[in-house]
Design a protein. Structure first.
Length: 314
C-alpha cells in the first residue's frame, strides 16, 4: 500500500485533470480518477471537481481538499496498488470520523483506469492484415509492421481498419495516409527493430504484446528472440508444434535461458479448430484477450492440444 500522506495535488481545473489523465494513459501509465458526483448539506466539495492520482504517486486537481481529499487519496492509492478495475462510488460523511464538523456528505466516483494494451504485429501477411484491425476493435493499440512495401499497403488491410499512416524505415519520410477514421492501428513500413516501430510502443514493454507472423522462418526466429530480449510481456508466434519445438531449441542454442524460451506462445491462439487466416486471427485475438485479463497460461507443451495455425505455417 503506497504512502500518500505527503501527497499534495497540483491545483488544476477539471478539464485540465481529464487532459492530464488522458495524456498519462496514452503514455502507457496507470491512473485513478476521482470525481465529485453529489454534495449533501454543508461540504467543501463541488460536483464536477476532479482529482487524478498517477502511478508515480503524484496527483493533480482537487475534490475539496482537507480530510475528504486525504481519505479519497487513500482509497485511490489502494486501487492503484491493487490494479482494481471496477469503479466505486464512495460516500464521505463530514463528521468526527474524518475530524470534521461540517455535517454534510460527499459522493465521489473513483475510477481506476488502465492504459490500452499495445500489440505489435510483426508481419503483414494473410494473418497479420486480418489480426491487426481485429485486435484494434477489441481495444488494443496496434502497430503492424513489415519491411516489404507491397505488404505494408493500407489497401490490403480489411475495412474498417483505422490505419493512421505508413512510414518508411529507410528515409523516415511519410509515405502515405490510409483512408481511415481513427489511429488504433499504426501500419509501419519497417523491420520490427527499426526506430519507427519502437517509437509507437510504450516505455514499459512488459505491458505490451508481440505477435510474430512473418513470411520467413528465419525472420520469425529473429523477431521472437528480439521480442524476448526487449522484454515484451507476451510473445507469440504463428506456426506448427514442430516449428515451435525448433524455435525453442534454436533460442536455447543461442544461449537464451530456458525460462525465457518457454514464455513464447507458439502455436499462438486458442484451440478452436482454426484453418483460414481469418480464423487464426480470431484464435490469437481470443488468447490475447485472455492474457490481457490475466488468465494467460503457458503454451509450451509438446503433448498439448493442437493450436491455431498448426497446418498453415508449418
Amino acid at each position: 500500500m503506497p504512502d500518500l500522506s505527503q501527497v499534495i495535488p497540483r491545483t488544476a481545473l477539471p478539464h485540465d485533470v481529464l487532459r492530464a489523465a488522458l495524456g498519462a494513459l496514452e503514455a502507457g501509465r496507470r491512473v485513478v480518477l476521482a470525481s465529485v458526483v453529489a454534495r449533501h448539506g454543508s461540504a467543501p466539495s463541488t460536483p464536477g471537481q476532479k482529482l487524478c492520482l498517477f502511478d508515480d504517486l503524484t496527483a493533480i486537481g482537487t475534490i475539496g481538499g482537507g480530510a475528504v481529499e486525504r481519505a479519497a487519496l487513500g482509497i485511490m492509492g489502494r486501487a492503484l496498488d491493487e490494479l482494481a478495475s471496477t469503479p466505486k462510488l464512495e460516500t464521505f460523511r463530514l463528521g468526527p470520523t474524518l475530524g470534521m464538523c461540517c455535517g454534510g456528505s460527499v459522493e465521489v466516483l473513483i475510477e481506476p483506469m488502465l492504459p490500452a494494451v499495445h500489440a505489435l504485429v510483426i508481419g503483414a501477411g494473410h494473418v497479420g492484415v486480418f489480426a491487426a484491425p481485429l485486435l484494434a476493435s477489441l481495444g488494443f493499440r496496434v502497430t503492424l509492421c513489415d519491411a516489404r512495401a507491397a505488404a505494408a499497403d493500407p489497401a490490403r488491410v480489411p475495412a474498417p481498419a483505422p490505419l493512421a499512416r505508413v512510414l518508411s524505415a529507410h528515409d523516415g519520410a511519410l509515405q502515405g495516409l490510409a483512408q481511415a477514421t481513427g489511429d488504433q492501428v499504426r501500419l509501419v513500413l519497417a523491420e520490427h527493430d527499426d526506430p519507427e516501430v519502437l517509437a509507437g510502443l510504450p516505455r514499459d514493454l512488459g505491458e505490451a504484446a508481440a505477435l510474430v507472423m512473418t513470411h520467413d522462418h528465419a525472420l520469425d526466429q529473429e523477431a521472437i528472440a528480439w521480442a524476448l530480449a526487449r522484454g515484451f510481456g507476451y510473445v507469440g508466434g504463428v506456426g506448427s508444434r514442430a516449428k515451435a519445438a525448433r524455435t525453442r531449441a534454436r533460442l536455447e542454442a543461442k544461449g537464451l535461458p530456458e525460462g525465457d524460451a518457454a514464455r513464447v506462445r507458439m502455436p499462438v491462439g486458442l484451440d478452436i479448430g482454426a484453418r483460414t487466416p481469418a480464423e487464426i486471427g480470431v484464435a490469437l485475438a481470443a488468447e490475447l484477450v485472455a492474457w490481457r485479463a490475466g488468465r494467460q497460461r503457458a503454451r509450451w507443451s509438446p503433448a498439448g492440444p493442437t493450436a491455431a495455425g498448426e497446418e498453415q505455417a508449418g
